[in-house]
Unconditional design. Sequence first.
Length: 80
Amino acid sequence: MSKLKKGIEMIILLQVNGKMNIKNLAEKLNMKNRNVRKYKEELIDLGVKIESKIGKDGGYILREPIFTENFIKNFKKSKN
């Protein structure tokens, strides 16, 4: 999957699921934890508002929705 698609998928996962930890994101995106961190930083650099919560119940949270429900449905269909 291209880097662009992985970034979009990460945003969608956060938008749909709310808070997600790095391990779960890495599993869903089929990548290593360190790559999830890199993607998060790159998305933040592009203006995507992702917040990091630390601690036992920590994870990443998308502060503002990016995509419409219709976009998300179409993106998921295109992956199949």
